[in-house]
Design a protein around this ligand. Sequence first.
Ligand SMILES: Nc1ncnc2c1ncn2[C@@H]1O[C@H](COP(=O)(O)OP(=O)(O)OP(=O)(O)O)[C@@H](O)[C@H]1O
Ligand SMILES: [Mg+2]
Length: 426
Amino acid sequence: MANVHIGINEFRGTKRLIEYAEQDRLRHMYMIGKTGVGKSTVLQNMCLQDIRSGHGLCFIDPHGDSVEWLLERIPSDRLQDVILFDPSDTEFPFGLNLLEARDEFEKDFLVNECIQIFYKLFDPQRIGMIGPQFEHWLRNAALTVMAGPEGGSLLEIPKLFVDSEFEKKKRSYLTDPLVIDFWTKQMAKTSGFHKSEMLNYFMSKFGPFINNSLMRNIMGHRTNSFDFDAVMDQNSILLVNLSKGKIGEINAHMLGLILISRLQVAVLKRANKGSAERTPFYLYVDEFQNFTTDTFASLLSESRKYGLGMHLANQYLAQLPDSIRDSVFGNVGTLVAFEVGIEDAKILAREFTPMTELDFVGLPRFSFYIKLMVDGKTSEAFSGMNFSPEPVLETSSPKEKVRTLNRLAYGWPRLLVEETIKHQLQ
Ligand SMILES: Nc1ncnc2c1ncn2[C@@H]1O[C@H](COP(=O)(O)OP(=O)(O)OP(=O)(O)O)[C@@H](O)[C@H]1O
Ligand SMILES: [Mg+2]
């Protein structure tokens, strides 16, 4: 397998490519730097090399620029591999259901992720906005909605508390004694007043997604448009455009969190496979702090079992919760630092001996220091430059072709989706 190139190192007048080998990439890369220094450009350039080499990958892009840039450059022999998830394409919405589970492992993991996602979105500082009570209701409600052959989506949860027919039908499928007890013992004793309080609580969290047609048409699907196991095993190119400007910040975060949770399930299941069956899969997450829950930290620490190479970037350390920051510095094999502010420079200087904090404060644009993993060992720090974004050579852009193929393969016509979901949520 070809090594990927991160950028160029210049030493005493000699220029060398900075090579990053497959086995070292499975120990992950973290990149930090102020706005405009070239982080997304490094991710894009590496990703394009992976696309050309035939690899499977996922790029989660909170701005949309990188995905658009990559789409202009997809080689014709890989067009069929591209899955373009662009929620702003409201005419052919994709389905993305956090709660679609095929076995007990998926079910447990996804319900836990669901709770983590709600903390992340509505109570990131853990000051009690969510709390154990909501957690308990959400866990039981999610497990109830998922029960039965049709499954269910997050958006159907409030319906459980207002539609007794729906509640009865769903409960008839339950087998887990704890969830059965929740309905027969706890809920049966709950007064109407408390039930409506519970409903209000759920509506305050789910309402914004139910009332937003873009989100409803994506999250209301009971099945996912594509299978995340297949994305990994068949070397697909999953490009995710979460441009906040187009779809709104909380919606972008919600969809990114669901996607990463679904990818995590697929990744964790790979641990049961032989290493020969685990083709490497590369995950790129720009501004990754918005899309990761606490469970993500464990992915970083147990990476070798999964054949997953992650590339994570963000602007400054204060954006990261302590658990994620510790996990990044404790586990990531390759660190790349562009120019940062003085607070971060102090912390980076400890990681990048023999550099001092002033080295990171005065870095010119597009230059970085890197500690590169080579043959399983992290190197001494050295300097590098990123590649400037390469121009498009082809005259015909494959962008529209990819969009059309994707609408046909994974999207559903809006009117059909609206009709189905209206029926489900009523
Ligand atoms: N080596 C380079 N030579 C010339 N232009 C470059 C080079 N690297 C990046 N650029 C350009 O600089 C601009 C900023 O780069 P980029 O978007 O990668 O920064 P960033 O670190 O991701 O910023 P942000 O944190 O705001 O997302 C882009 O327009 C990009 O095309
Ligand atoms: Mg960027």
